[in-house]
Design a protein around this ligand. Structure first.
Ligand code: SF4
Ligand code: SF4
Length: 213
């Protein structure tokens, strides 16, 4: 996904101003989110016990398990959506693979295509890995940990505006390394023919693209 910046190629672009409190903040949030995940695990265990209890009662003819499931499904979906929308959930990429160990990454000539694709790969928000968070280089959304941070135009904050150059290319997340736009219909209808998905230019992309269609 995207290419190295001029900075990596020798152009003297000043690096981000270091923030002395940033490491502490990140470590603190990692702790808080770790606790949140632990609480979620306990909630899941309680859920498993409840389900087990319903199974037993159903086997004994004391409750109608099917009816309970019918009622619970939409309720669970609604609660889960609300939970994530409220920023209570933690998005973390699993498994936490060492991003520097990836080999055979896609080789794409982004420079010759960016006028068509507008570097839209860097508008696809995704969860970072624990390695990214601990490294403290890739910025993430404080309100939606640990989705990669985007600007008001929906682009990753590490993209050099108007180009396909990643300003943290050497440290970019694993998702950026392995992403292959060639078969992503949200971007290219036909990669070889350089046919872009016209919906790319609509507001609400990529949510406006129905991949089933
Ligand atoms: S969408 Fe594909 S061609 Fe365009 S910048 Fe991203 S990786 Fe390169
Ligand atoms: S870190 Fe951001 S700018 Fe760099 S490749 Fe990933 S999405 Fe694009």
């Amino acid at each position: 996904m995207s290419s190295p910046t001029d900075a990596e190629q020798g152009d003297p672009i000043p690096p981000d101003t270091p923030d002395v409190d940033r490491d502490d903040l990140i470590n603190g949030l990692l702790y808080v989110h770790g606790r949140l995940n632990m609480n979620a695990r306990y909630a899941l265990q309680a859920h498993a016990w409840l389900m087990g209890l319903i199974e037993v009662l159903d086997e004994r003819g004391l409750v109608d398990k099917q009816k309970i499931e019918e009622k619970a499904k939409p309720l669970a979906a609604g609660l889960s959506k609300h939970f994530m929308q409220e920023g209570n959930g933690v998005f973390l990429q699993e498994p936490n693979i060492d991003k520097y160990s990836y080999e055979g990454l896609p080789q794409i000539d982004c420079e010759s295509r960016v006028h068509l694709c507008k570097a839209s790969c860097c508008r696809l928000q995704f969860a970072m890995s624990k390695q990214d968070v601990e490294e403290g280089i890739v910025r993430w959304e404080l309100r939606q940990p640990y989705l990669i941070a985007v600007n008001e135009n929906g682009y990753c904050t590490h993209l050099k505006e108007g180009t396909c150059h990643c300003t943290i290319y050497e440290n970019r997340p694993g998702a950026c390394r392995i992403f292959d736009c060639r078969n992503d219909k949200r971007i290219w209808l036909d990669f070889d023919k350089r046919e872009i998905n016209p919906r790319l230019n609509e507001p609400g992309w990529p949510g406006n693209v129905d991949l089933e269609a």
